[in-house]
Design a protein around this ligand. Structure first.
Ligand code: PBG
Length: 311
């Protein structure tokens, strides 16, 4: 009766990986998470939908030979992401599909945009133009929510205009508004194969400094002014203060992404016998919700929703 925060499946967005291969492939640094073939992805979505999860976020793992410096394959209508979105939408029309708007799955260098000639920076405006095309193609394939995760400046407004011009006025923009240059993305980059070379520039040239909280407030305000329908803080667990601060300055729906490293460290601790797996998992999610997130992107979504369904 006096409990302030409860976990419910309807606040989960379930991130999933798809690839063009025929078999599911384990991701060593993310126990229990696999790159799924399209048919396996549809089955996973059906299982998630059956336990009350309203939304999935689909990430493609692209074969290295299809990648280039400009991420051209991202705009190829025959790529595995668009196929996956079409199949899931057809199989489960009620399930909300979120797709990332960023080039990192498709670029040979792993950056979220195109690089300048000296490869010292990601070129903002040229990248935004490509992202607009990507967002429209994702909407055409059936994505309900496009989620720019690239952290270029001005992309939310440009994507909104591009979607509207293409007749997708109702496609929602979930902006990765406050996305930090975080070490916790490591296992995800294994999952999609987007590791940055050790001599290359870092994503800190466009993602946020973990030292900054007020900058998150500015980022949220900018994206809100540009037309974001929902905003996100990422990662979640190490940024609970940022979630709380953002909660107090926006009345948009607020998502938080419990990223790959947050998931993997709980598994690692449990494997070593140092942490109680279920209790740590549930506490980590409760904390994110208590901080003020309406929605949580989490790799734990299906198993926790199944546990809640049994309770
Ligand atoms: C890239 C993107 C990343 C994640 C989601 N979209 C990684 C990155 O910025 O390198 C990370 C998610 C996770 O770690 O679970 N656009």
């Amino acid at each position: 009766m006096v409990r302030e925060t409860v976990l419910t499946p309807d606040s989960f967005i379930y991130p999933l990986f798809v690839h063009a291969g025929a078999e599911a492939v384990e991701i060593a640094s993310m126990p229990g998470v696999r790159r799924l073939p399209v048919a396996g992805l549809v089955a996973e979505c059906e299982a998630a939908w059956a336990v009350g999860i309203p939304a999935v976020a689909i990430f493609p793992a692209i074969a290295p030979e299809l990648k280039d410096a400009r991420g051209t394959h991202g705009l190829d209508v025959r790529n595995v992401l668009f196929a996956a979105v079409r199949e899931v939408k057809t199989a489960i029309p009620g399930l909300t599909i979120v797709t990332d708007v960023a080039l990192d799955p498709y670029t040979s260098h792993g950056h979220d945009g195109v690089l300048s000639a000296d490869e010292k920076e990601v070129v903002n405006d040229e990248t935004v133009e490509i992202l607009c095309e990507l967002a429209v193609k994702e909407a055409e394939a059936g994505a309900d929510i496009v989620a720019p995760s690239d952290m270029m400046d001005g992309r939310v407004g440009a994507i909104r205009a591009a979607l509207d011009a293409a007749g997708f006025e109702n496609t929602i923009i979930l902006s990765y508004a406050a996305k930090y240059a975080s070490a916790y993305y490591g296992p995800f980059r294994d999952a999609v194969g987007s590791k940055i070379g050790k001599d290359a520039i870092s994503k800190a040239t466009y993602q946020m400094d973990p030292a900054n909280a007020m900058e998150a407030v500015r980022e949220i305000a900018l994206d809100e002014a540009e037309g974001a329908d929902m905003v996100m803080v990422k990662p979640a667990g190490a940024y609970l203060d940022v979630i709380r601060t953002v909660r107090e300055v926006t009345d948009l729906p607020l998502a938080a992404y419990q990223v790959s490293g947050e998931y993997s460290q709980i598994h690692a601790g449990a494997r070593l016998g140092w942490l109680d797996y279920e209790r740590t998992r549930d506490e980590s999610l409760l904390a994110i919700k208590r901080a003020g997130a309406d929605m949580i992107l989490t790799y734990f979504a299906r198993e926790v929703a199944e546990k809640l369904a049994r309770a």
